[in-house]
Design a protein around this ligand. Sequence first.
Ligand code: ZN
Length: 407
Amino acid sequence: MSAQLHELIATFASFGATSDGGVCRLTGSAEDAAARNLLGLEIGRRRLRLHVDPIGNMFGIADLAPHTRETVLVGSHLDSQPTGGRFDGSYGVLAGLLAVEAVMSRAAARQIRPKCNLALVNWTNEEGARFQPSLTGSSVFAGNLALDDALALADGNGVGLGQALDAIGHRGVSPPAIDPVRYVELHVEQGARLEQSGDEIGAVTAAWAACKLSLIFQGQPSHTGPMPMASRRDALRAAARAIELHYRLIEASATGAHASAARITSFPNSPNVTPSRVQVWFEFRHEVEATAVQLAENFLIEVQAAVRPLGVSMEIATDERRGTALLDPEGVALTLSVARDLGYSAIEMKTVAGHDALALQKRVPASLIFVPSRDGLSHNAAEFTEAAALDKGLAVLTETLWRLVTR
Ligand SMILES: [Zn+2]
């Protein structure tokens, strides 16, 4: 099973492979389509039932218990960041595929009839790289985001998510006819906690809170040469001031919060026009929700005052508040006991990064299982997890699913 896992990871890494060994597989791209199409074939080869829902989530359903619609879901995502690695998301989908297959074989070999069904899922646009917000497919499935709103999300070129899914033939017509009862996701940690503690498995108890703001700075276009300096209303200069202010506030707070200003668009983006409209995407993350919110609120107050002297106005384009989600405690206990029974060392931990499991938890009890990431590096071509560590995660996932469908 483990040789198959490594082969599958290598094969899927070829879709959108970058010259530095990483992966760029944005939602709805040709690379995403190629990965999705192969996943569809792999699902069919294992005699799972392929179903694509209206937001493009792909399901591979194992009808283990035909008398009920109750289904345990397992999955992650195949989309990546532009500078993605080969494990983020793909590992959870491909390990999920093999774990479902292993549970089916085990049930057949032991002539045990499972009490509910199993379904593998590839969630659409987890990364939020091409379309924001992230966790799109899982949020629609969980009922936290309206389907029409999700389909209408536009990328940087104005292409809608619905349109992009249509273009690659991955926009389905109906939700799958299942009653989800649980969700389990296996993922690389993307942080350094497990590496530091030397443990093999992380049972995630909760997520950090995140406030994601995007602000539009509105100035006035003018010639960059003759226009007198005092009369310029430069939106990019205002954005620069806001970005610096945002980092200064985070440092001064000494709260241990994480923050970033990682995306910017500038209009008209000509070297000879003072920028008149600039949008910047800011993030504040903290373990304590109130702290993340307070930092974001303080920033919003101070940034207004900071850019006003430049003759630039500011408006809030998006303001997404993601609370500290608690994952199902029973799921945490199950992960810990499975890991212990298999002889692996496991700890409880929190996730700083967002994951589909956090969206799913709003509909069904969800578990998130981590394996170590080397140097805590991810969203980077050099993202790496040892083969043996990947195998341990797969073993924990398989045993977890087995206990969930047979207990
Ligand atoms: Zn991921």
